[in-house]
Write a protein that binds this ligand. Structure first.
Ligand code: ACO
Length: 175
């Protein structure tokens, strides 16, 4: 099967496509599609888009697929999503929600937003905003009592436009 003929139902997805916000899907231009990460997305430039964010060491497809299955093996925890350009079948934006279960707040959960990146050629077209809206929808529909993220000072205005407020500080212990 050619990659360009794929649809959600023919793909091996990391989590059910029903968890993607229908409203966010409908707000994308018709040539773009938002969906959960698929086991064949290594070939659609997943790492290339992530390299917009930070250094990415390509582990090769087999190791990438192994990581995909490790994430899926922890159900209701990892929610990586992608926006795909349908004509080229290439990924143009990515992001992940990670659901952390707690003992406090009545065994509550917190949604963490991680690894947001939009391909340079597609920045400024609201794709970052759509990724954040879709991840927040997943977090809210997973029963989380809040969604949090860490970012650089330069990205604070972007997240404020996405509805987030600045609160507290980030501490790091680098290894
Ligand atoms: N400073 C000020 N405003 C910004 C910035 C910024 N750095 N980036 C976006 N905005 C504004 C836009 O102008 C737009 O405002 P508007 O609604 O008034 O028009 C709004 O935020 C939404 O912007 P988008 O078009 O959705 O932004 P884009 O698709 O370019 O995505 C992103 C933003 C994700 C920061 C992108 O530029 C990117 O991939 N950057 C490199 C990687 C990166 O820094 N990722 C975030 C790391 S933090 C984390 O992963 C939790």
């Amino acid at each position: 099967m050619s990659l360009s003929s794929t649809t959600d139902s023919t793909l091996d997805l990391l989590f059910p496509a029903e968890l993607i916000s229908p409203e966010v899907s409908s707000q994308l231009p018709k040539e773009l599609h938002i969906r959960p990460l698929a086991s064949t997305d290594y070939r659609r430039g997943h790492l290339s888009v992530l390299s917009v964010l930070t250094v990415v060491n390509d582990p090769g497809e087999a190791a990438w697929v192994s990581q995909f299955h490790a994430m899926r093996g922890a159900p209701r925890t990892y929610y990586p999503i992608v926006i795909v350009d349908k004509p080229t079948d290439k990924i143009v934006a990515v992001g992940t929600a990670f659901i952390e279960r707690k003992f406090l707040r009545g065994l509550g959960s917190v949604g963490h937003i991680e690894d947001i990146a939009v391909d340079k050629s597609q920045q400024g077209k609201k794709l970052g905003l759509r990724i954040i809206q879709a991840l927040t929808y997943i977090s809210e529909n997973s029963g989380c009592y809040k969604t949090i993220l860490n970012c650089s000072d330069a990205n604070i205005p972007f997240y404020q436009k996405c509805g987030f407020q600045q609160k507290e500080n980030e501490m790091v212990c680098p290894f």
